[in-house]
Design a protein. Sequence first.
Length: 97
Amino acid sequence: MNDRFTTRLAPGQALTLAAARAPRRLVVTAGRLWLTVSGASADHWLCAGEGLTLAARQEVVVEAWPEASFQLLQPAAQQQAVAKPARGWRMNLLAPA
């Protein structure tokens, strides 16, 4: 994961993070957060150093208690693998006879 969104919430400030197409990781860098995640049966409390993985299409409301900073990590674009011949093998293209 390489794209980061970092924010700081003032005491009692709340923020809604819209749903995304891909999973994301929310990591608290300072303070404490109260999270309400769409589709979850219970709320979450996270302290500095703790994180939570959000599934694709999950919206979350975060609130600082009393204040907090967090990073929202998004997955790096996946690179497509390129087929290569196995080591020690030689590829020969034969013309049809």
